[in-house]
Design a protein around this ligand. Structure first.
Ligand code: FAD
Length: 383
């Protein structure tokens, strides 16, 4: 729908997602949010399996930034200004309590993303923010006073359009460089994986792909591999893997602390298959025919073979699958062109950015929303 009514605003926000609405909740003056679809906060709704993983219980900015393959340097200062504790407090002040799960992920106690959506929309309403959905701006021009968006005038313009191509195009037209977008947070396809029938087994492992290494739970799937270690590795290697067309050798160390003595010291009369250093079916699969042998009869060469299989096991990755739980885009507005004290463009005065439109992305666990809350709050505060 095109906007006909002439109107003047202090701020127009393009994008009614987490970053856009949170920015509206933290700005002052006459504010308008324009969302091209019929729904506001649609990713918040589906996030965290409908529970919304709002943030992560990591309160040291220096530790927190390690979870951002892109943006870690730039987010350090902003996290001192508005970090996970500030997110917790912001929602608590508005009656929304968050709880922490064992792995550090934080969710509303209601386990429903609607709680977050209702809180944000109620706050925006309280502040008198005007919101127009199903609205597309056709033309944006820079003026002496700010910006002209079709028939609308605004002093300041915030682009919070996520990974959308349209947002990138607008930024480009206003002078910005776009780092080519590629997917992040995906799982690895290993066609004909000999472990397929073990789908569902998850073990802590150390995985390596070219120069990238991650340690953590690794999940065997029907397609190949998933789980936190794999998703983290996919995030840090996102651009590298895109360049390699998602083909690479993945090396798995199933037992990072394993010493051959563990086997040598076991009862020599026992069969190798009976000592189960991993879940039974995985152990059996990895040790293969050697499992039939009594430990005492294993030759030096066989022991070395075993060590190689357990600690340097390799698989050919031949593609990726989107992780349904959470995915983000690596790429976006070049961070060198943004002032992280205000989120203002260094190229086009009066233009601001927040959220995933920036070349910032985190691993899974609530870090991507924290980027949206932080950059939007920094903007709102400076406004
Ligand atoms: C399935 C899924 C689950 C996720 N779960 C989590 C989670 O639990 N925790 C976490 O931290 N992260 C999660 N993420 C990532 C997180 O959702 C994003 O990082 C976050 O939503 C980014 O917020 P944003 O406002 O920058 O962008 P978005 O949420 O993408 O919002 C951008 C908005 O701008 C609108 N828009 C685009 N172009 C225009 C235009 N030209 N004019 C007007 N409007 C426009 C879009 O329609 C959209 O509504 C998940 C992502 C997915 C896909």
């Amino acid at each position: 729908m095109a906007i006909n009514a002439r109107a003047k605003f202090d701020l127009i926000i393009l994008g009614g997602g987490a970053a856009g609405i949170f920015a509206a909740c933290n700005a002052t003056g006459k504010v308008l949010v324009i969302e091209k679809t019929a729904q506001l906060l649609s990713k918040v709704r589906i996030s965290g399996g409908g529970r919304c993983n709002v943030t992560h219980s990591c309160f040291d900015p220096k530790e927190l930034v390690k979870n951002y393959p892109r943006g870690s340097k730039e987010l350090l200062g902003p996290f001192y200004n508005f970090g996970p504790q500030d997110t917790i407090d912001w929602f608590a002040k508005r009656g929304v309590k968050l709880k922490t799960e064992k792995d550090g992920r934080m969710f509303p106690v209601t386990d429903s993303s609607e709680t977050i959506i209702n809180c944000l929309l109620k706050e925006a309403e309280k502040l008198g923010v005007e919101i127009r959905t199903r609205t597309r701006i056709q033309k944006i021009t820079k003026t002496d006073e700010g910006f002209q968006l079709d028939n609308l005038q605004t002093k300041k313009l915030l682009l919070a359009t996520g990974s959308s191509h349209q947002g990138h195009t607008i930024a480009k037209e206003l002078g910005h460089t776009i780092i080519e977008p590629v997917p992040s947070l995906f799982t690895f396809n290993v066609p004909d994986s000999p472990l397929k029938e073990l789908s569902g087994i998850s073990v802590p492992a150390k995985i390596t792909l070219d120069n990238f290494t991650q340690t953590g739970p690794l999940l065997i799937t029907h397609f190949g591999f998933s789980g936190p270690a794999c998703l983290k590795l996919s995030a840090f290697a996102a651009r590298h893997l895109a360049e390699k067309k998602y083909r690479a050798t993945l090396t798995i160390n199933w037992l990072p602390d394993f010493q051959l003595e563990q086997i040598k010291n076991a009862n020599p009369k026992k069969q190798l298959s009976s000592i189960n250093l991993l879940p039974k079916s995985l152990w059996k699969n990895l040790i293969g025919p050697l499992g039939e042998k009594k430990i005492a009869t294993l030759s030096k060469k066989e022991l070395q073979q075993l060590k190689e299989k357990l600690q340097n096991d390799s698989y050919e990755v031949q593609g990726k699958t989107t992780n349904k739980e959470e995915f983000v885009t690596c790429g976006g507005i070049s961070l060198r062109e943004v002032n992280f004290k205000t989120m203002e463009s260094k190229i086009c005065p009066g233009l601001y950015f927040a959220g995933e439109i920036l070349n910032i992305d985190g691993v899974t666990g609530g870090f991507n929303f924290q980027n949206a809350w932080t950059t939007s709050h920094i903007f709102g505060y400076s406004f």
